[in-house]
Design a protein around this ligand. Structure first.
Ligand SMILES: [Zn+2]
Length: 139
């Protein structure tokens, strides 16, 4: 584990290995290459999160993967200060493509995390050699 990942674990909390299903296999495959992917509906053209086979907006089964720069803004957040492994922050990011993503925040100095702040995705190791999980930090 690199020093950077150790720092994530110290600020955040250990992240359990995410369950990989047929619907999300492609997402985790790209994540192992450091690529953040979202899905877009071929029928209504809307991007959506979380990745799934059926468009949640128009129920079309014609959806496609696309790489995203993983940039957006903090919609809201909450800091959990009392936790056995130390404080951590969770909240929602509005991706530049539109969808809201529930996520962990990392690499923010105390008092720096704020609504409207620009953020960018990074990946952190998960327990049991699971695929890396997307989290967001300062852009
Ligand atoms: Zn649609």
């Amino acid at each position: 584990m690199s020093e950077q990942q150790t720092q994530h674990a110290a600020f955040g909390r250990p992240i359990p290995a995410p369950p990989v299903s047929l619907e999300t296999e492609e997402f985790w495959k790209r994540a192992r290459d450091g690529r953040f992917a979202i899905k877009r509906c071929v029928s209504c053209q809307e991007a959506f999160w979380y990745p799934r086979a059926i468009c949640p907006l128009c129920h079309s089964s014609e959806t496609a993967w696309e790489d995203s720069p993983g940039t957006g803004t903090v919609y809201t957040y909450s800091i959990v200060r009392t936790f056995p492994t130390g404080p951590f922050a969770i909240g929602f990011v509005t991706l530049d493509e539109g969808p809201l993503v529930l996520t962990n925040f990392v690499d923010f100095a105390e008092g720096d995390l704020a609504i409207g702040k620009r953020v960018k995705v990074r990946f952190v190791a998960t327990d049991n050699d699971g695929p890396p999980a997307p989290v967001f930090g300062p852009a």
